[in-house]
Design a protein around this ligand. Structure first.
Ligand code: ADP
Ligand code: MG
Length: 170
């Protein structure tokens, strides 16, 4: 996938209330402004990479890119599970991510909750292991994660695309 690694950031918004947190796998959702900038070659599926909330530490993450039911599945959604236990929710904060690799396509599990949980824990293990590769570890230290705008309200929707252009142009 030629667009990887892919850098982006945006405010964490409320998701579809699918109950990810109840499954033990909360997923932080990006707004349309971030989703709309995704390059066409980044298809639906599960990705892994690095993420940081605000000016916080950089953690491993897995991201699901799927079709957004709010838009009758014509637009994508981006949901990031940060592999870290946070003390509090972080709605409204800026989430910065770099997607570095692809794990698998999206699957439809219907009501097979057990299978879903197992699949996601496998994805998390795969992400953790792959991110230990030197080529991926170095992205954790990328300047992208130390140049987070200080306030979510001060970030216009174009900020994410500007940083993407800069970061992905290198
Ligand atoms: P929603 O439908 O609003 O996305 P979720 O059940 O998916 O609800 O929970 C997502 C929210 O949980 C995030 O927006 C964030 O504020 C919080 N959260 C807490 N820990 C994490 C984590 N490790 N990864 C992602 N989000 C987390
Ligand atoms: Mg969610």
């Amino acid at each position: 996938m030629k667009s990887l690694p892919y850098f982006c950031r945006g405010e964490v918004i409320r998701g579809f209330g699918r109950g990810s947190k109840e499954l033990g796998i909360p997923t932080a959702n990006f707004p349309d402004s971030v989703v709309d900038n995704l390059p066409a070659d980044i298809g639906t599926g599960i990705y892994y990479g690095w993420a940081c909330v605000g000016n916080g530490d950089v953690y491993k993450m897995v991201m699901s890119i799927g079709w957004n039911p709010y838009y009758k599945n014509t637009k994508k959604s981006m949901e990031t599970h940060v592999i870290h236990t946070f003390k509090e929710d972080f709605y409204g904060e800026i989430l910065s991510v770099v997607m570095v690799g692809y794990i698998r396509p999206e699957r439809s599990y219907d009501s097979l909750v057990e299978a879903l949980i197992t699949a996601i824990s496998n994805d998390i293990e795969e992400a953790k292991a792959k991110l230990e590769l030197p080529e991926h570890l170095k992205l954790r230290k990328d300047n992208f994660f130390t140049s987070v705008p200080s306030s979510s309200s001060a970030v216009p929707s174009t900020a994410a695309s500007t940083s993407q252009t800069i970061m992905n142009g290198h």
